[in-house]
Design a protein around this ligand. Structure first.
Ligand code: ASP
Length: 440
């Protein structure tokens, strides 16, 4: 809620929440929709044309009404006619709307509300929308990945020219990796999008992320990817390859980064520009989508840490597979110096492998490659049968890939072979993450 002082100013100007206003403050002029606010505040929040929410001190601000808010009835339009782009809702902050009268945010449960909450989508593409489910992404399981993959395949079969998935950001990169393995030979783009800040917050990234995602869904980049803010201002979004994306910050709008790779492309729906940054597969609507929608829900991921106990590893024997997030070049404690305080968990990990449970390695440095050739500990880890030497996957992608491989194959040698074969860009030969990014 705004303070009583500012409410009086708004009343005098005939302005209500949801109206389009012009605000002059200092030397700046802003035009946008007056947003509701949580908590007592003297700062105005307006949603600018770009979809960016901005907070403006009201001290010396001049407020002028430009246009009254559209009535609810007008917002309700039938979006269920099939459009070029299918927008599927799977929850998270991005799939919420502000109730202008109360200022509260609610999960969107009616697909029509996507059109009402994001009226600019139709300026970019015709679309239809569906809510698959409303969940925070930390609550996802591999079952949810399968549900999403199935729905995307149906949309593509029905002729969608591109698909957008609205999704929470916390595990967006797990789902993007899962869809990269489950949906191969994609004929059209599949764009996952989230937002770090909800629509009632100044600097919300929800609308600009979604508009860039729809713009990318119409592009010729036929990959599974994640579209999110590229930097701390509002100029463009990055499109990260589904197996290389990772959430790298808990709150920044540019939290998503491509790991060990450049992004696929950068996109700006406002200037209608898409700049590819790495080679990509072009859209071909005649290409036949291949579905490989099988995931084990019984894989564990475990972080190697100082003091980790051998017994913890023994407890993993009920799992179908285990991913280690190792230290540095991909180590786990093996105690080669026979230190009296140190532990050796390698015999326990080897026992898992010997009992037929594949164990895969990744690194907690996030950037860099699994390299188990450098230290003798690493060589022993390889000799124990732990999979992954040379891979530059993220821990999450290694985990999703193991779930995927174990969803159809249990034979250790086959699992090893499939894990080490690049399927969806998860293992690259050359790491080019430090290549210079040219200005957009
Ligand atoms: N915890 C939320 C989720 O991942 C955060 C978000 O929506 O971005 O669903």
């Amino acid at each position: 809620m705004y303070s009583s002082k500012i409410l009086a100013v708004l009343k005098k100007a005939g302005v209500e929440i949801g109206d389009i206003i012009r605000v002059n403050s200092g030397n700046e002029e802003y035009l946008g929709i007056l947003m509701p606010r949580a908590g007592e505040s003297d700062d105005l929040v307006i949603k600018l044309e770009s979809g960016y929410n901005i907070g403006i001190g009201s001290e010396d601000a001049k407020i002028e009404l430009k246009e009254k808010a559209k009535k609810k009835k007008e917002e309700k339009e039938d979006v269920q006619k099939r459009g070029e782009v299918a927008i599927l809702g799977a929850g998270g902050t991005i799939l919420s709307k502000v109730e202008y009268t109360t200022g509260a945010t609610f999960p969107i449960s009616n697909p029509n509300d996507i059109a009402a909450a994001f009226p600019k989508i139709k300026e970019i593409a015709s679309f239809h929308s569906k809510i698959l489910f409303q969940l925070f992404s930390e609550d996802f399981t591999p079952e949810h990945w399968k549900m999403i993959a199935k729905s995307v395949a149906e949309e593509i079969k029905e002729g969608a020219k591109g698909v957008v998935i609205m999704h929470g950001t916390d595990t967006l990169h797990y789902t993007s990796a899962a869809l990269s393995f489950a949906l191969q030979n994609l004929p059209v783009p599949l764009v996952l999008v989230g937002s770090q800040r909800s629509s009632d917050r100044p600097s919300s990234d929800n609308e600009s992320n979604l508009l860039n995602a729809v713009f990318l869904a119409k592009s010729d980049i036929a990959h599974v990817g994640v579209c999110m803010h590229a930097n701390s201002n509002d100029s463009f979004a990055n499109f990260h390859l589904g197996t290389k994306a990772r959430k790298m910050h808990s709150s920044r709008r540019d939290a998503f980064q491509s790991i060990n790779s450049l992004p696929l492309a950068r996109a700006d729906y406002q200037s209608k520009k898409i700049e590819p940054l790495i080679p990509y597969t072009k859209r071909d609507e005649k290409r036949k989508l291949e579905m490989h929608n099988h995931f084990s829900s019984n894989v564990a991921m475990i972080y190697a840490h100082p003091g980790i106990k051998p017994e913890l590893i023994d407890k993993l024997s009920d799992y179908d597979g285990v991913v280690f997030v190792g230290t540095g070049l991909c180590n786990i404690p093996t105690n080669p110096m026979n230190d009296k305080f140190a532990n050796n968990i390698l015999p326990n990990a080897k026992a898992l492998v010997d009992s037929g449970i594949p164990v895969v390695m990744s690194t907690q440095t996030i950037y860099g490659r699994v390299n188990m050739n450098v230290y003798s500990a690493g060589r022993k880890i390889q000799e124990a049968g732990i999979i992954g030497n040379g891979a530059d996957w993220t821990p999450e992608t290694a985990y999703v890939k193991l779930c995927w491989v174990l969803g159809k194959e249990k034979r250790m040698e086959k699992v090893r072979e499939l894990m080490m074969k690049n399927v969806a860009g998860e293992i690259t030969e050359r790491t080019n993450y430090d290549e210079k990014i040219v200005d957009f």
